[in-house]
Design a protein. Structure first.
Length: 68
């Protein structure tokens, strides 16, 4: 069985293989893609949370400067 991979390392099905031969490759690829998307979403959310906290602190500093 030929084992080809994408540049990101996901296993690819092979056109000459039966689906029953490639089902594990497809399952692994989908599982890894799902994990990568979840990690990216978590990273994006963490960055957004940090940005929101920084903005909030800056707003508080401005309010304190003007006596609010």
């Amino acid at each position: 069985m030929t084992h080809e991979r994408t540049p990101r390392g996901y296993p690819l099905p092979h056109p000459e293989h039966l689906l029953s031969e490639d089902v594990l490759n497809l399952r692994e690829a989908l599982t890894r893609i799902d994990a990568d998307v979840a990690a990216q979403e978590a990273s994006t959310q963490q960055g957004q949370d940090q940005l929101t906290e920084r903005l909030h602190r800056q707003q508080l500093r401005v309010f304190h400067q003007f006596g609010f």
